[in-house]
Write a protein that binds this ligand. Structure first.
Ligand SMILES: *Cc1c(COP(=O)(O)O)cnc(C)c1O
Length: 268
């Protein structure tokens, strides 16, 4: 998306590794706005959000955060001083993979008024049925998210001991490179686990095709578990390893999920 704004000459963008705090602060010099996503999709890197937001404030740089992976249950960027927060309502808020919607939140009345005006003029207003589905999903959002998080931690632990897995990325694992940082300001670690398959991308594809309970599909944040090899999509960043599977953990029985993962490794 940002690349297309760059190509049309509408924005100048500096892309930086969000986990590299010094590099992000250096890139803020002369910038108008810091846009960040944390934990990141699908690498599950964690930005040092409190430090970055303070640095941005000091430089009068606005801050926007894509908080889709964390959700407000475990991370509150507006409380930390961000100007605007984005959530894909499609994911955990609606939670049933049956509605496409997004939200922006801000505490700044002038910014809210501008966004409201833009939405009114450009459209993108959800229909009543979609709004009802999202609201219905939202009622169980904390229950679903907490269950999915519990399942995710258990699966991440088991995957990290699986002989077919070369690396697990989940900030909730004590040995994860992002654990200490995430723990210092987040109240949980989310429900997406990414892992790399030792035998390479073809094996990873076959694993995703061999599941019976886990759905082989894009998207995440639904009540049902989904997985896919991200690099099967040409648009995916080349920084994402070819053998990486992103697993969006749902609310199924965790033993059923584990049995499905094990059989998918065995039968692929
Ligand atoms: C899915 C997703 C989006 C896009 O949201 P849609 O509702 O699918 O348009 C943006 N950011 C993150 C982190 C996402 O996972």
């Amino acid at each position: 998306m940002l690349h297309s704004f760059v190509q049309s000459g509408r924005l100048e963008v500096r892309f930086v590794d969000i986990a590299n705090t010094d590099a992000v602060i250096a890139a803020m010099n002369g910038a108008a706005f810091l846009w960040l996503e944390s934990p990141t999709n699908p690498g599950l890197e964690v930005a040092d959000m409190p430090t970055l937001i303070v640095a941005a404030r000091n430089l009068s740089v606005g801050v926007g955060v894509d908080n889709t992976f964390a959700t407000p249950l475990i991370q509150n960027p507006l409380e930390m001083g961000a100007d605007i927060v984005m959530h894909s309502v499609t994911k955990y808020f609606a939670g049933h993979s049956d509605v496409i919607m997004g939200s922006l939140s801000t505490k700044i009345p002038e910014l809210h008024a501008r966004l409201h005006e833009i939405r009114k003029i450009h459209g993108g207003v959800p229909g009543p049925y979609e709004a009802w589905l999202a609201l219905r999903g939202l009622r169980t959002f904390p229950l679903r998210f907490e269950c999915a998080q519990r399942n995710a931690l258990e699966l991440a632990k088991r995957l990290s001991k699986h002989p077919g897995v070369s690396r697990v990325r989940y900030p909730g694992l004590p040995e994860d490179s992002q654990h200490a940082r995430a723990k210092s300001f987040m109240r949980g670690f989310g429900a997406v686990v990414s892992f790399e398959v030792k035998d390479g991308p073809e094996k990873a594809d076959r694993i995703c095709e061999s599941s019976h309970l886990i759905t082989h599909a894009t998207s995440l944040g639904g009540i049902e578990s989904l997985w896919e090899r991200r690099r099967r999509w040409p648009a995916e960043s080349t920084l994402t390893p070819e053998n990486l599977i992103r697993l969006s953990v749902g609310c199924e029985n965790v033993e059923d999920l584990w049995r499905d993962i094990e059989q998918a490794f065995t039968n692929s």
